[in-house]
Write a new protein. Structure first.
Length: 167
């Protein structure tokens, strides 16, 4: 894979304007790794480039010295599930971009079903982001009235996942 300066600039600008927290791109002779909101990262961009690849090292190193990825939380924990109200229901929304999973693993029982009673701190689903499984916990008590996303579906930041009638 060849990545020129213009493509790298475009990629970094796109990532900086997204909610992606981790990104890794590997080519034949380079590796680009960007991490945000993680304890081992202080909002910086990390790059591993073999010394035998001078051309790629020049392409990669120039923009990375000028691009800073802001870190808004250094606790290392994923942001909590966000709840938004629509009438008498509350929607649990995705706090990050990822893949929605209803169960802890294939073949295991789902966390919640329509009609399930949930309580504060109860895991309601998993969002996978960059091979990290992030459990989303409820911030309120209520009854699940609708699951808005299919299992294994990619979701966006702020996308409604589960509709709950609070109690």
């Amino acid at each position: 894979m060849n990545l020129d300066h213009k493509q790298l600039d475009h990629l970094l600008a796109t990532l900086a304007n997204s909610d992606i927290q981790e990104f890794c791109l590997e080519g034949k002779d380079f590796r680009l790794e960007i991490k945000r909101n993680l304890p081992s990262s202080s909002g910086t961009t990390l790059v591993n480039v073999p010394s035998t690849s001078n051309e790629i090292a020049q392409v990669v190193s120039t923009p990375l010295t000028t691009v800073s990825v802001p870190a808004s939380d250094s606790s290392g924990t994923p942001p909590p599930a966000v709840a938004s109200t629509k009438g008498e229901f509350i929607e649990i929304t995705a706090p990050m971009v990822g893949t929605f999973y209803r169960a802890p693993a294939p073949g295991e029982p789902v966390f919640v079903e329509v009609g399930s009673r949930i309580s504060v701190g109860q895991t309601v689903c998993i969002l996978e982001a960059m091979k990290l499984m992030n459990e989303l916990e409820s911030e309120f008590t209520g009854e699940v009235v609708e699951i808005l996303v299919e299992n294994g579906t990619p979701v966006e930041f702020g996308q409604p996942l589960i509709k709950v009638k609070p109690s």
